[in-house]
Unconditional design. Structure first.
Ligand code: PMP
Length: 363
């Protein structure tokens, strides 16, 4: 008998996660789509004082219903979203796991379209939900007729649709969300994962606008990316209040610590400042895409804070060559492609210099 007595389907699996290398080895870290700009000293001071206040009550459990936080998040989202339509957890990863716990499970199916975020199959596996993955087109968009046909065949309880998608950066038009919400009907929920929503180019609206039209639509967001708060672990969703009530059945009691709630509330009070670098990152992304194409490479059209680029006969050699020059990118996505997160202008300059050198050697 093997020890520990792990579930059969988990045996031999590696935990998910990109390599976390020290700054000595990789001073330019462009691999996990973080925001490169830390909070300003003024915001740090506000967060510290909010945490100090929360600390004086740490003998008590935190607010289980996150009342103040849900109100603040609803205010931030706008679009007429009410606090009872909002739910939050430790990162949008936990929000989506809770959705799978409530709406997936044995005998039920979760569906997405590859290439896409590699955690989705893990949420399904961990909640014993069947996992079906359809294919994206060559430009990484969705063919709506094929997507609808797959929904009608599979009858999923949960559809996971990132917009913008990771690792390709592809945003979905509202028509795609509508088609899938209608195809899924009341038998399932459609989760539009807008982790990178704030980085969208002008003209691609948020799925939040469609919430009043589809009660099976759930829009997830995070403070990890545009808000530059990945270390705080705060993700949230907007949906029909009945969806939030369903999640409250499966969430662990007091899942969101008083410290996390205090940090998120303080950060939301400074939303304009924390989001202040989004335009700069968008411009840097567009410049990066254009530069990559200028080198004769392919770069996927991105609405996010990263760019998928390639293609390389030996992508690992290119990844390693960049790392040897202190630049850490992500070896992910379809074979032959790499993904670079958008950093500061200096970091992007280091990336361009390193890639030019590597291409001269490897290509
Ligand atoms: N969705 C997508 C598409 C992501 O890329 C990520 C993080 N890489 C997440 C969700 C989860 O982010 P977090 O848990 O930090 O909110």
């Amino acid at each position: 008998m093997d020890f520990p007595p792990l579930r059969e389907e988990l045996r031999g699996l590696e935990p998910y996660g990109a390599p976390q290398l020290s700054l000595d080895v990789a001073p330019v870290q462009l691999n996990v789509n973080e925001n490169p700009y830390p909070p300003s000293p003024a915001v740090v001071a506000e967060i510290a004082s909010a945490v100090a206040q929360a600390a004086s009550g740490l003998n008590r459990y935190p607010d289980r219903e996150l009342v103040a936080l849900r109100e603040a998040l609803a205010g931030y989202l706008g679009h007429g979203v009410r606090p009872e339509q909002v739910w939050a957890a430790n990162g949008s990863n936990e929000v989506m796991l809770q959705l799978l716990q409530a709406f997936g499970g044995p005998g039920r199916t979760a569906l997405s379209f590859a290439p896409t975020y590699s955690m989705y199959p893990e949420y399904a596996r961990d909640t014993v939900t069947d996992w079906v993955v359809g294919a994206r087109e060559d430009d990484f968009g969705l063919d709506l007729d094929r997507a609808r046909a797959l929904v009608e065949e599979v009858r999923p309880s949960v559809v996971l649709l990132p917009s913008p998608n990771n690792p390709t950066g592809t945003a979905l038009p509202p028509a795609a969300v509508t088609v899938l919400c209608e195809a899924v009907g009341d038998g399932g929920i459609v989760v539009v994962d807008e982790a990178y929503g704030e980085f969208r180019r002008a003209g691609t609206p948020s799925a939040l606008e469609l919430l009043p039209r589809h009660r099976n639509l759930v829009v997830t967001r995070t403070m990890s990316k545009a808000f530059a708060l990945a270390g705080a672990r705060l993700g949230y969703l907007a949906a029909d209040p009945a969806v939030c009530d369903a999640i409250r059945v499966v969430r662990l009691p007091y899942h969101l610590s008083a410290v996390t709630q205090a940090v998120a509330l303080a950060a939301l009070r400074h939303a304009p400042e924390l989001l202040g670098q989004v335009d700069r990152l968008r411009e840097e992304r567009d410049a990066c895409e254009a530069w990559l194409r200028g080198q004769g490479l392919s770069a996927a059209e991105s609405d996010a804070n990263f760019v998928l680029f390639g293609t390389f006969a030996d992508r690992h050699a290119v990844w390693q060559g960049l790392l040897d020059r202190g630049v850490l990118v992500r070896e992910t996505g379809p074979e032959g492609w790499l993904r670079v997160s958008i950093g500061t202008p200096d970091e992007m300059m280091a990336f361009r210099t390193a890639l030019t050198e590597v291409l001269a050697r490897v290509a």
